[in-house]
Design a protein. Structure first.
Length: 677
C-alpha cells in the first residue's frame, strides 16, 4: 500500500493525502467553497514556506496554508503577475512577430516590455483599447496556467526558433543547475496555447482574474535590460485588482492625486518653479517661501523647547573627511565633487590638473556635526548633546528620478544629531517619539512606525546591532507606539549600512503613505571620526550618535502638505491668509481700513480693489487657495461688517469686522502657540 502524505493545516489538523496530491486536492477535500476560492498555497516541506501554484504536487509531508482573496497582499501579487502574462499573450495574438521580454507585478499593477514587429510602428496609447479587449477574451476563456520544468537548452532552442532574441539571450545566461520553469496559458500542445518563461507562481487559470478589474494606463519607452546602449522597447503599464470595486477606488485615488499634484498646484498658487538651468533645485517664489518660513519658525520653537542647540556647518568639505566617515567609498557616486583649485581659464590644457585635491558638497550633515562635537573636551555631564541644523545638502540624483519637490538635488533637512551615553539612548529615542507624534498631529497626519533592521552589508559587530535594535524597540514600547493602532512593524534588512532606524510613515488625506521621519542609533560614525567624551571613570568613551529628522526635508514635506490639503493649507500656514475684495469702488476706503486692522492683528492680508466683477475675483482667489475672502460693498462700509467667504464653504456669512478679525486671528495662530495659551 502506498504511504500517505501528512498535510498539516493552520488550524492544527492533519490530513492524509495520496502521493501526488496538490494543494487543490486539499482544498477540494475540505469543501467545495474553499476549492472555488483557493488561488495558491504557502507550502513548507521543512525548509521554509514558499508560495506555490495550487496544482503543483507536494514533494512529501508538508505544512500548508491555502491562499484566497482574503489574503489580499498575496492574492494581488498573483493577480498582477497573471495580468502581465495575459497582456503579453494578447499583444502577440493581435500582432504576431511581437517580441516579449519581461513583465513583473508592481505596487499597483503590472507592466510588460515588448518590441513591435518590423511591420508596424511602436505601440502607442491608441492600441490600448484593442489590447484590453483581447485580454478580457483570454480571461473569459478560463485557460489553465500549467507549470513545466525545462532545461536551459530547451529554453534557448524554443526562443531562437520563435525569433524571440531577447528571451534567448536571457535564457543563455541562466544557471544550468537551477530549476527553470515555463508556464503555458492553455493546455500544452493545444490550439491557442501560449508560453512564457517564468519562475511563478500563478493562479490556477486565467478565469481567476476579473475581466473588469484591470485597466491599461499608459506606454513609455524602455531599454532592454535598462541599458541605453541596447534596443529600445515599449513598456505598457496597467493597473490590476481583484475586483472592479477595487479598480474603481484606485482610479478615483489617481483622479484625486492628479487634482492634488503639488506641481500643478504650485503653478496655480504661484509657490515655486523648477527649470533646467538649476536642474533638481527649487526656485521659491514669495508665496511659497512664506510657507517655508512658517514651517521653519514652527520647527525652531519645537526644537528649542526640546533642548536642541542650533548650528550651521559648511557646504563644502575636503574629500579626506568623507573618506574617513565612509561616505566617499559608499556614496561618492551621489555626491557633487569639485577640485579645491580654480583653474586659470586663460591657460591651455585640462580644466582640472592631476595634482588637484578634491572636495565635495555635503550630501548630509552628520560628519560636520561630529566635528562640532569634537571641539573642546566633552564630559559625561555634557550629554545628551542635541545638535540641530536646517542643513542645506546636495545629492547627485539621476535626472529621471527627479520629481517636483518630492525628489530634488538641493534640499534642506530638519536635521539633528543627539550625542548621548549608552544609558541615555532609550530615553532620548522615547522623547523623540513624543516630539514627532506632537508635530505630525499638529499637521493632521496619522502615521505608522516601522523598525528597519540590519542589512546584509553593514558596518559594526553583531553585538552592537543587537543592542541598537533592542534599544530602538524598547523606546517605541515605552512611548506606547508598538501597537496595532500605530501599524508597528519590523522590516528585516532595511536598515542603513551603519545603523538600524525607526521610520514614520504618514498617511495622507487620500490614503497614500509617505516615509518621512527617522531616528537611527549609530555606533559606527563616532568610532570612524574619533568622537569621545570623558566618562565618570575618567576614561574616554565613544558616544552613541542618534541621527534624527521629522520633516525629512522642507522641500518634500511642503510637497506632501500641498497634496494632503489639496492646496487648502491651514490658515496659519497659508501664504496669504485673507483677501479683502470690493464690490464697488465706493468701498475702497473701507477696504483699506479693514486691511490695516487685519495687518495690525498679525494677519497676512491683501486687498483687491480692481474694477472687476466680484464673481471673477472670487474665482481667482479660490484658485489661489486663499482661505478667507472678505467681500465689502457700500452696505458693509456703512454697517462696519464684512461678507466672509471661506474657501470650500457653500455660503458666505455677514459678520462684524471685530468678529472677522477675532476669527482670523484664532485660525492664524500656529497650533503649538494655540496650545500654549
Amino acid at each position: 500500500m502506498t504511504e500517505l502524505l501528512k498535510i498539516s493545516l493552520p488550524d492544527g489538523s492533519v490530513r492524509e493525502m495520496p502521493q501526488g496530491s496538490t494543494p487543490a486536492d486539499v482544498a477540494a477535500a475540505i469543501g467545495p467553497g474553499l476549492a472555488k476560492a483557493a488561488l495558491a498555497a504557502r507550502v513548507d516541506h521543512g525548509s521554509g514556506a514558499e508560495l506555490r501554484d495550487l496544482n503543483r504536487p507536494f514533494e512529501g509531508d508538508a505544512q500548508v496554508a491555502l491562499v484566497t482573496g482574503r489574503d489580499e497582499a498575496e492574492a494581488l501579487e498573483l493577480a498582477r503577475h497573471d495580468y502581465a502574462h495575459v497582456l503579453a499573450e494578447a499583444i502577440q495574438a493581435l500582432w504576431p512577430g511581437t517580441q516579449i521580454t519581461f513583465g513583473p507585478a508592481t505596487d499597483d499593477g503590472f507592466y510588460y516590455d515588448v518590441m513591435a514587429p518590423a511591420s508596424r510602428e511602436p505601440f502607442s496609447v491608441d492600441d490600448l483599447p484593442a489590447i484590453e479587449e483581447k485580454m478580457r477574451e483570454i480571461i473569459r476563456a478560463d485557460k489553465p496556467l500549467v507549470r513545466e520544468v525545462w532545461s536551459r537548452q530547451q529554453l534557448i532552442d524554443k526562443w531562437r526558433a520563435d525569433g524571440e532574441t531577447f528571451k534567448a539571450e536571457w535564457a543563455a545566461e541562466l544557471p544550468e543547475n537551477e530549476e527553470l520553469t515555463v508556464y503555458h496559458s492553455g493546455q500544452p500542445g493545444s490550439e491557442g496555447a501560449w508560453l512564457d518563461m517564468c519562475r511563478g507562481p500563478h493562479l490556477p487559470s486565467t478565469g481567476k482574474l476579473d475581466p473588469q478589474a484591470f485597466k491599461l494606463m499608459r506606454v513609455a519607452g524602455a531599454y532592454w535590460r535598462g541599458d541605453q546602449n541596447n534596443a529600445q522597447l515599449t513598456r505598457i503599464y496597467g493597473t490590476g485588482w481583484l475586483n472592479k470595486k477595487q479598480l474603481d477606488a484606485h482610479l478615483h485615488r489617481l483622479e484625486e492625486a492628479a487634482k492634488r499634484d503639488h506641481r500643478k498646484l504650485g503653478r496655480e498658487m504661484d509657490l515655486f518653479h523648477l527649470q533646467e538651468e538649476a536642474h533638481g533645485s527649487v526656485f521659491w517664489h514669495p508665496q511659497g517661501y512664506q510657507i517655508w518660513r512658517e514651517l521653519e519658525a514652527y520647527m525652531r520653537r519645537k526644537i528649542d523647547a526640546g533642548g536642541y542647540r542650533e548650528v550651521k556647518t559648511p557646504q563644502v568639505m575636503d574629500a579626506r573627511q568623507w573618506e574617513q566617515s565612509g561616505h566617499w567609498g559608499k556614496y561618492r557616486e551621489n555626491m557633487f565633487v569639485i577640485p579645491d583649485e580654480v583653474p586659470n581659464t586663460e591657460d591651455e590644457g585640462p580644466l582640472v590638473s592631476e595634482e588637484a585635491q578634491w572636495m565635495a558638497l555635503k550630501p548630509m550633515n552628520c560628519p560636520a556635526h561630529v566635528l562640532i562635537f569634537r571641539q573642546g573636551l566633552k564630559s559625561y555631564r555634557d550629554l545628551p548633546l542635541r545638535i540641530y541644523e536646517n542643513g542645506c545638502c546636495h545629492r547627485n540624483e539621476p535626472h529621471g528620478a527627479l520629481h517636483g519637490l518630492m525628489r530634488v538635488r538641493q534640499f534642506t533637512q530638519d536635521d539633528a544629531h543627539i550625542f548621548c551615553r549608552e544609558d541615555q539612548i532609550v530615553e532620548e529615542v522615547r522623547k523623540f517619539c513624543e516630539l514627532a507624534d506632537g508635530i505630525y498631529r499638529d499637521f493632521g497626519f496619522t502615521y505608522s512606525v516601522k523598525l528597519a533592521l540590519r542589512p546584509e552589508q553593514r558596518y559594526g559587530s553583531d553585538a552592537d546591532w543587537d543592542k541598537a535594535e533592542a534599544e530602538l524597540r524598547q523606546a517605541v514600547v515605552d512611548a506606547g507606539l508598538a501597537t496595532e493602532e500605530y501599524g508597528w512593524e519590523e522590516l528585516p534588512g532595511e536598515g542603513a549600512f551603519y545603523a538600524p532606524k525607526l521610520e514614520w510613515h504618514l498617511t495622507d488625506a487620500i490614503g497614500r503613505t509617505w516615509q518621512v521621519g527617522t531616528i537611527q542609533s549609530d555606533r559606527v560614525l563616532p568610532e570612524r571620526l574619533d568622537a569621545s567624551y570623558v566618562a565618570q571613570d575618567g576614561e574616554k568613551h565613544r558616544p552613541v550618535m542618534l541621527h534624527r529628522a521629522i520633516f525629512g526635508s522642507y522641500e518634500r514635506f511642503i510637497g506632501i502638505l500641498i497634496e494632503h490639503f489639496a492646496g487648502k493649507l491651514p490658515v496659519w500656514l497659508a501664504p496669504t491668509q485673507a483677501v479683502v475684495a470690493t464690490i464697488v469702488s465706493d468701498a475702497d476706503d473701507y477696504a483699506q481700513r479693514v486691511v490695516t486692522q487685519l495687518e495690525a492683528a498679525g494677519i497676512r492680508v491683501e486687498s483687491d480693489l480692481r474694477n472687476e466683477k466680484i464673481n471673477y475675483k472670487v474665482r481667482e482667489h479660490s484658485l489661489a487657495k486663499v482661505p478667507h475672502l472678505l467681500v465689502v460693498g457700500k452696505r458693509e462700509a456703512e454697517e462696519g461688517t464684512v461678507a466672509l467667504r471661506t474657501l470650500g464653504a457653500e455660503h458666505q456669512k455677514v459678520i462684524s469686522l471685530d468678529e472677522a478679525i477675532a476669527l482670523l486671528k484664532r485660525e492664524a495662530t500656529p497650533p503649538d502657540l494655540a496650545a500654549a495659551r
